[in-house]
Design a binder for this molecule. Structure first.
Ligand SMILES: NC(=O)c1ccc[n+]([C@@H]2O[C@H](COP(=O)([O-])OP(=O)(O)OC[C@H]3O[C@@H](n4cnc5c(N)ncnc54)[C@H](OP(=O)(O)O)[C@@H]3O)[C@@H](O)[C@H]2O)c1
Length: 251
């Protein structure tokens, strides 16, 4: 199947590693052009050069208020267009209810929540029919994850925001989609497993609860993201796609 990605231009934030990077790789592999971000200048330059000439890196923090305008302008200047955005970002601080400080909630609100809202709002103002706005969220949209209280608090709200946006943008032919990873084998998931006394046992216990009995590979997530962002998914909007090996219990 031709995904129709050739020469389409996407912004992918939080894409020097992990899920954002996997999505950018899959997009570029099918002919798209990407502007990728992360906060660390050198990681951004390295990740962009690893992706090749159809990728441009820009050091940017999703919590910065003007980041969206800069990214969209860069996409237009460098690649001559702007067809969509995938918002990924570092996960919020882990912790149970009593552990998380106001500062941690505030920082996560700025980067994970308000950052995503601002990026999506700016993209909505710039996209034409056929454009797409994607969010990397979490299985916590549907089911709270023990020890990730801030994620459990913020992600369902973002899913609500994404649904509102899809209602508003649908008449203009702009799609809004979300991806809900659970256990994809990235630095973030290794760090979370590393918080337990026995990370290997924690991973094995998690894997035993996943119907496919293993963590996902970043490329498996990247391919799902590239499809949802592509013209091949032209009738999909307002949806949250679990990419979780079957871990979500509900339908
Ligand atoms: N992996 C999973 O299975 C899973 C499951 C559920 C939810 N999620 C969520 O999905 C998102 C991506 O996860 P991941 O596994 O890819 O995480 P990751 O491996 O930690 O990678 C995060 C990426 O985002 C960048 N980043 C972090 N903070 C940023 C910011 N404020 N502005 C711009 N870029 C930023 C990082 O680079 P710098 O640090 O250099 O900025 C890195 O490129 C996270 O929000 C995570 O909570 C992941």
């Amino acid at each position: 199947m031709d995904l129709g990605l050739k020469d389409r231009v996407y912004v992918v934030t939080g894409a020097t590693r992990g899920l954002g990077n996997a999505a950018a790789r899959a997009l570029v592999a099918d002919g798209a052009k990407v502007v990728i971000t992360g906060r660390d200048e050198k990681s951004v330059a390295d990740a962009a050069s690893a992706l090749g000439p159809n990728a441009l890196g820009m050091a940017a923090d999703n919590a910065e208020p003007d980041v969206a305008a800069r990214l969209i302008a860069t996409a237009r200047e460098h690649f001559g267009g702007f067809d969509g955005i995938l918002v990924s970002v570092g996960g919020p601080a882990p912790g149970f209810v009593a552990d998380n400080t106001d500062e941690q909630w505030q920082a996560a609100f700025e980067s994970v929540f308000l950052g995503a809202v601002r990026l999506a709002r700016a993209a909505a103002g710039e996209l034409d029919a056929g454009g797409v706005i994607g969010f990397v969220l979490s299985g916590s949209v549907h089911e709270p994850i023990p020890g990730l209280t801030i994620s459990n608090g913020l992600r369902p709200g973002l899913a609500g925001f994404a649904k509102s946006l899809s209602d508003e943008l649908g008449p203009r032919g702009i799609r809004v989609v979300g991806l809900l990873p659970a256990r994809i084998d990235t630095d973030r998931v290794r760090e979370l497993d590393g918080l337990s006394a026995d990370p290997e046992a924690t991973r094995a216990a998690n894997e035993s609860r996943i119907p496919l009995r293993r963590y996902g590979k970043p490329d498996e997530f990247g391919r799902a993201a590239a499809f949802l962002l592509s013209p091949a998914a032209s009738y999909l909007t307002g949806i949250m796609l679990p990419v979780d090996g079957g871990m979500r219990h509900g339908f």
